[in-house]
Design a binder for this molecule. Structure first.
Ligand SMILES: Cc1ncc(COP(=O)(O)O)c(C=O)c1O
Length: 404
């Protein structure tokens, strides 16, 4: 999609606003499918947490995707979007046992990452098939906040605890139908991923009735020019070969599953915000936008760098700006960035705003969450309205005795 389309959307629907390019999501889905075309049974389960709008879920369903969910609410969103329970895997961490039971009763695939929960669940429901999330103790990416397979991570059951897992499985008679790992977001080196995959293959040999091996996700997408990107085509070649050999050795049909979030939706998303103020200080020029970390928190949370362009003045002379929000905290989107000359009321466009952007938005400072637009077949469709004062007040109750 082009800048002129984005500008028109901002003019027509207001701002701040999120825009998602459907074609880009579909292309990414197809790219991943193609990279693993030689795997007979491939399952792509989109990670709902990245962007959970039901129209996005439906778009991916139409491509043949399943869902990866981490909360009972995500499971329910998936069902609402039309997914059947068998197409949903539920991989929670630290949730209540009741929530796990609720998901199991809905018929979704349970993925357990804790020994005590495994024992409890297996004792109570030995006939419900369960997947086990292994922690391979491999750090795939560079950022400890988003690398979750390392030794200090709270996720997964340590692969060194395999004897204990097997004891629980034997004692309860439970049925393990899948084995899973997720080393974390932003795989920089596919050799590291393949190394972790070997650990999963080894772990899988302990179970005789597996239907699938789930390799999680973590495909890195570029955020700026010349940024590192996971080479999914190369990974596809190498992992396919290894997976197909393992399947033969295992002697039973196996599905290869992934659960990408960022890879599918990050680059499809744009966040548009208007410049409220341009403020010169002794050290910099601030461009203050009508948004803040209430709408896009990744730069402050992870130090992520979203490319920012001035789509109102794309050909203007470039100058240096610090782009900040209107929240009463430090909410710096970008420091000392070269952007074409900014005037008040210009529209800035943040790239890679599809994954972990809207889904992490909040009402901090009592601001409304923005609208979401799907750009599909050259048309802009509203898939979520901007919130209103009614939404902010919806669940609040004014205590009777305070009314006068
Ligand atoms: C278990 C699990 N699977 C999949 C994902 C999706 O990861 P990504 O968005 O990097 O593809 C995550 C992200 O946190 C995750 O925790």
């Amino acid at each position: 999609m082009q800048s002129k389309d984005l500008l028109q959307i901002a003019q027509e629907f207001g701002n701040p606003i999120y825009v998602y390019d459907a074609e880009r999501i579909i292309l990414q889905y197809q790219r991943l499918e193609k990279a693993f075309a030689k795997v007979e049974r491939l399952r792509i389960n989109y990670a709902v947490k990245a962007l959970s709008n039901i129209s996005i879920l439906k778009l991916l369903k139409n491509q043949g995707s399943g869902l990866d969910t981490v909360s009972i609410q995500e499971v329910r969103l998936g069902l609402h979007a039309g997914f059947t329970p068998e197409r949903i895997i539920y991989t929670p961490n630290g949730v209540s046992f009741e929530e796990l039971e609720e998901a199991a009763h809905l018929g979704v695939q349970i993925n357990i990452d804790n020994l005590s929960v495994l024992e409890h669940f297996g004792s109570k429901y030995p006939s419900i098939p369960v997947c086990i999330r292994i922690n391979p103790h491999v750090m795939a990416g560079g950022n400890a906040n988003i690398s979750v397979g390392h030794i200090d991570s709270k996720f997964g059951i340590s692969v060194h605890q395999m004897p204990h897992i097997l004891r629980i499985v034997q004692n309860t008679g439970m049925h393990i139908n899948g084995i899973h790992m997720h080393t974390g977001s932003d795989i920089l080196d596919i050799e590291v991923f393949l190394y972790a995959a070997e650990i999963l293959f080894d772990a899988a040999k302990n179970f005789t009735e597996l239907d699938f091996l789930d390799f999680g996700s973590g495909f890195k997408v570029p955020y700026k020019k010349d940024d590192i990107e996971t080479d999914v085509e190369e990974l596809g070649k190498k992992l396919t070969k290894r997976f197909n050999a393992f399947e033969k050795e295992y002697g039973r049909d196996l599905t290869l599953a992934f659960e990408p979030g960022k890879f599918l939706v990050s680059e499809a998303g744009y966040f548009l915000a208007k410049v409220n103020v341009v403020k010169q200080t002794t050290s910099t020029v601030f461009a203050g936008i009508d948004s803040g970390f209430n709408h896009l928190i990744r730069p402050m949370l992870y130090g992520s760098q979203h490319e920012i362009s001035n789509i109102s003045n794309p050909k203007g002379k470039e100058r240096f700006y610090s782009v900040v929000g209107y929240i009463c905290e430090t909410d710096t989107f970008a420091n000392n960035r070269r952007i074409s000359e900014i005037k008040e009321n210009d529209i800035l466009c943040f790239k890679n705003a599809g994954a972990y952007c809207y889904s992490m938005a909040s009402n901090y400072n009592s601001r409304f969450r923005p609208a979401e637009i799907l750009w599909i077949n050259n048309k802009a469709i509203v898939i979520r309205k901007q919130e209103t004062m009614d939404d902010l007040l919806h669940n609040q109750i004014l205590y009777e005795d305070l009314k006068n």
